[in-house]
Design a protein around this ligand. Structure first.
Ligand code: ADP
Length: 687
């Protein structure tokens, strides 16, 4: 009996110290809060009140985790609180430290650890769990999934938190403080949602949710009326304790001593003083918090506004780019149309040849421009990926110089190729991109040099068992580039204005070169002097390749099969293209038939014998891919080559998958055109 009374006293003391501690905690006096919680814990232990002990570990942990030096202790206390609750089999008390730990690690940006606690909390939670626990858990899970970029899941949890919280803000049974807490949770959920949209670059929604966050913070403040609530809260708890003390008093009636009375009145006195202190401090703290919050919101607003401005700038740049390109396209197109009308009107043969030359020039320019723009936009949208094929660097460079022979002759230049003897010339890398780089640089050197020299040098700067680092140097003794322009010539549409001469070009070549070299993780360097010449150099790394055997079908010309007897079916809906293709083929001695769409083509292949089909892809009624599929159901041998103006990368796989044998992109190089035709016909003939 004596023991029980003693225990009961201890329990009451435990509760009283716990309330005093909570008061200090509310008023941010964490040292005093800690010492009172500890005192309460000693009494809770003596009274063997495990529930109180569980709560006190959780409260002490909250204090400890506020400071860096004691935070480990804090985590240990949360775990103790969890273990006590586990022993008591008290699920709601188990969830509390788990949620606190989850929140603690989220605040420290240690998202993996936070999930270690949020996951078991999610398992423990059930329909009976309190709404605040459900709201908090969903909000924290939302923040966790945002951190691991699982945006869908994050939104799902945040929306749940919002829905619980919104429901509770309207629940009449909740008191003002509870409603205020739910508004706080709503504010935090909207903050996460704003962040979620900001990460997905949806700045408009990010801004809207940020506004909602702000609204809910204010609502929470309205409801809080902090001081009254604290007073009411403390009064309520004091009443409870008063009850307990009364109970203890009645049990100990006989042994009631003056000392106990004295103690109780001292404690009640302290509580009263604390209530008034709480009132003063909390109103002061309230002001500071409001200011801090306002500053935070102002900073975040600035961030969002600057993101919005960046997005607008990007969009303006894009429209500027499109308008420049359209202008550039319109100029040669105007030439093409104007010259065509002149040709139609003018009967003079000499003039006709002159106009035709200009027409060809405008056409070529237009094509070069479109190709360059497409290439640039592909690089800029990261669609260009480097490939690895084996190629012979000497053959590649000689091929490029040969293809530029006309340019070389027209300016009367000499080209000197010099490839380091130490390089085994078969390499592994992206030969197409290297060709594009070299064609642009050698092309420019030939264009801007008259009666001079161009040097194409390749040195080995570094090599090991598997790879070479090669330095490419393209040098000329042409007109050179003024120092002031050397930084800008790599920009889109940059051209150095020259008073004396007009040079053809799109102003995109060097921009493409620079970006292609970037793709290889390297940089292009330039040194040039006006009137003396220019030198461009860059280093690229290539793997060493095993030499491949010469392929048997290298060129169409080397094949021994004649061309005269071959019958080709041209499938194209465009009349002009029909005529162009037919004339090219006829000149080489082929016989041709024409179908204007896929349906006609199928009928003709059924009734006549052809050696090859040139199939356009985009046609009305039935396109080339569908027509090929049908033809393959009854004729698997006939070579079908796609002849199309669509970008090759986009169409090649599709074409091959429906049973086409090759793809030729219009406008094409005639030599390659015939090579492809011969290669495909000869494959069938040799079977
Ligand atoms: P373009 O199509 O005009 O040649 P580029 O981007 O290839 O466009 O080159 C941009 C400009 O840089 C050229 O218009 C020219 O003024 C200058 N440039 C490039 N290469 C040379 C060179 N080897 N010698 C002199 N000027 C050059």
């Amino acid at each position: 009996m004596q023991n029980a009374q003693y225990n009961n006293d201890d329990k009451s003391r435990g509760y009283i110290y716990s309330i005093i501690a909570k008061n200090y905690e509310i008023n941010d006096d964490y040292d005093k809060a800690e010492s009172n919680y500890k005192r309460a814990l000693t009494h809770a232990r003596s009274s063997k009140s495990q529930i109180l002990e569980t709560d006190l570990y959780n409260n002490l942990a909250r204090i400890y985790t506020k400071h860096n030096i004691t935070r480990i202790k804090g985590v240990e206390h949360y775990i103790k609180s969890y273990e006590f609750a586990l022993k008591l089999n008290d699920t709601s008390r188990m969830i509390r430290p788990l949620l606190n730990l989850g929140e603690y690690y989220i605040k420290r940006n240690d998202f993996d650890s936070s999930y270690e606690y949020l996951r078991p909390a999610r398992r423990l939670i059930n329909e009976k769990s309190s709404s605040i626990v459900k709201t908090k858990l969903n909000g924290l899970l939302g923040r966790y999934f945002l951190s691991v970029r699982r945006y869908d899941k994050s939104e799902e949890y945040i929306d749940k938190a919002i829905s619980y919280a919104q429901h509770e803000t309207k629940n009449k049974e909740n008191n003002d403080e509870q409603i205020s807490t739910y508004y706080e949770e709503l504010a935090s959920a909207f903050e996460t949602k704003s962040e979620l949209y900001r990460k997905q670059k949806d700045y408009k929604n990010a801004y809207n949710y940020q506004k909602k966050q702000h609204e809910n913070v204010l609502k929470s403040k309205d409801f809080k009326k902090l001081t009254e609530l604290q007073r009411a809260n403390i009064k309520y708890e004091v009443d409870v304790i008063g009850e307990k003390i009364k109970k203890a008093e009645s049990e100990k009636k006989e042994s009631e001593s003056e000392v106990l009375k004295w103690r109780i009145s001292i404690i009640l006195g302290i509580i009263l003083i604390l209530i008034s202190l709480a009132f003063l401090i909390s109103s002061y703290r309230n002001n500071i918090q409001k200011k801090r919050l306002n500053n935070d919101l102002i900073d975040k607003n600035k961030e969002l506004i600057s993101a919005k401005e960046t997005a607008e700038q990007v969009s303006t740049l894009k429209s500027q780019f499109i308008s420049t390109v359209s202008h550039e396209l319109r100029t040669p197109l105007y030439g093409v149309i104007g010259l065509t009308s002149l040709l139609m009107e003018n009967p003079d043969q000499k003039k006709k040849t002159e106009y035709l030359e200009s027409l060809k020039f405008s056409g070529d320019y237009l094509l070069a421009l479109i190709n360059d723009v497409l290439q640039l936009s592909k690089i800029e949208t990261n669609e260009v990926k480097l490939e690895k094929v084996s190629f012979d660097i000497r053959t590649l460079i000689e091929g490029i110089v040969n293809s530029l022979r006309t340019k070389q002759k027209s300016n009367n230049n000499s080209v000197h190729i010099n490839i380091d003897q130490n390089i085994d010339t078969t390499l592994l890398g992206d030969s197409v991109r290297l060709s594009q780089i070299l064609i642009n640089l050698i092309g420019n050197a030939l264009k801007f040099t008259k009666n001079g020299n161009i040097w194409v040098n390749v040195y080995c700067v570094e090599h090991n068992e598997d790879s070479y680092v090669l330095r490419f140097v393209i040098k000329d003794d042409g007109i050179g580039i003024p120092k002031s322009k050397q930084d800008t010539i790599f920009d889109n549409f940059a051209q150095v204005k020259n008073d004396n001469q007009e040079y053809e070009g799109t102003g995109l070549g060097l921009a493409i070169v620079k970006k292609l070299i970037h793709l290889h993780d390297s940089e292009i360097q330039i040194s040039s002097e006006e009137g003396k010449g220019s030198k461009f150099h860059f280093d690229l790394t290539y793997e060493k390749a095993v030499k491949q055997k010469e392929q048997s079908f290298q060129t169409g010309e080397s094949l021994s099969i004649g061309t005269s007897n071959f019958n080709v079916l041209i499938v194209d809906d465009n009349k002009i293209n029909q005529i162009v293709t037919q004339n090219i083929l006829k000149k080489k001695g082929y016989t041709c038939n024409i179908a204007s769409n896929g349906m006609d083509a199928i009928e003709m292949v059924k009734s006549e014998k052809f050696d090859l089909i040139l199939m356009d892809i985009n046609m009305p009624e039935m396109n080339g891919l569908e027509a090929t599929k049908v033809i393959r159901t009854f004729n698997s041998n006939i070579p079908i080559i796609a002849l199309t103006a669509v970008e090759e990368g986009e169409v090649r796989n599709q074409a091959l998958s429906v049973g086409m044998n090759d793809v030729i992109i219009k406008p094409y190089d005639t030599q390659q055109f015939f090579q492809s035709i011969m290669r495909n016909i000869s494959k069938v003939k040799m079977i």
